[in-house]
Design a protein around this ligand. Structure first.
Ligand code: NAP
Length: 229
């Protein structure tokens, strides 16, 4: 187990790009990690493909129940359904919401496939952010939002040091500190950008970043706060 971060981390949707990139970095930092999936067999296959020990691939609810920190890395379209499935397992725990609420057309933009819109704008079908929706749906959890501007491709390339800051927001200061320590364990810098309401900005910022990635034909750009030592 890592000296820097001693809690077990579950990654919900850990078979996907962001989840797996985070799992690789956490594994490299000797942080205990559990991969969650709608399909436990898929989770186990993916976990073993990156050299994790047997039985760390689990259903999302088992993974959430077995960990102290839970990172949610699922598409916005599945966000509400996945959260309702794990709600009981998150009580009292730190939940990190990474969700960018792209529409289907904006998601195609994000992934580089043909799209209708070139704005890169994430959408908020309701007045608030995906992270605030998570807080409403997980009333017992300590929700922190972050990683919106961290590239899965960048994380997956373990040959290179990670770049960019991890912008974190949340209303529970202790929970934010826990996530900041986790970020430090994977050799990244976290920046506290304020209360959970700032997730509205972070989620939109990810849309902007996807436009810049496209404009410069990149997949792994990040965002860094300048002048902060
Ligand atoms: N990719 C990035 O660089 C990046 C960066 C910052 C934030 N994010 C955010 O992170 C979240 C995940 O993005 P991603 O790129 O990792 O997505 P992804 O590769 O499509 O993976 C998402 C995972 O979510 C699970 N899932 C649960 N319900 C699903 C459904 N109805 N349809 C599809 N998958 C479902 C899947 O795992 P199972 O099938 O195993 O359940 C899948 O592996 C999104 O909210 C995204 O906005 C992504």
């Amino acid at each position: 187990m890592s000296d820097g971060f001693a809690a077990r981390v579950a990654i919900i949707g850990g078979t996907g790009r962001l989840g797996l990139g985070l799992a690789r970095r956490l594994q490299a930092a000797a942080v205990e990690v559990v991969i969650g999936s709608r399909d436990p067999a898929r989770a186990e296959t993916v976990a073993q493909s990156i050299g994790l020990p047997a039985r760390v691939g689990q259903s999302n609810v088992e993974a959430a129940g077995s960990a102290e920190v839970i990172i949610v890395t699922v598409p916005y379209d599945a966000h509400a359904q996945i959260l309702s499935g794990i709600a009981d397992a998150t009580a009292g725990k730190v939940v990190v919401d990474t969700t960018v609420p792209f529409t289907d057309s904006a998601l195609r933009l994000h992934s580089g496939r043909p799209e209708r819109s070139r704005t890169g704008a994430a959408v908020r079908p309701e007045a608030d952010s995906a992270a605030e929706q998570a807080r409403r749906m997980l009333p017992g959890a300590r929700v922190v939002a972050g990683f919106h501007t961290v590239s899965a491709s960048m994380l997956a390339d373990l040959a290179k040091p990670p770049h960019g800051d991890v912008l974190l927001c949340g209303d529970d200061e202790d929970a934010k500190q826990v996530v900041a320590r986790l970020v430090g364990a994977i050799r990244m810098r976290s920046v506290d950008v304020g209360p959970l309401v700032q997730a509205r900005v972070l989620e939109q910022l990810a849309g902007l970043l996807s436009v810049v990635n496209r404009r410069y034909k990149k997949r792994d750009l990040g965002i860094q706060i300048a002048g902060l030592d």
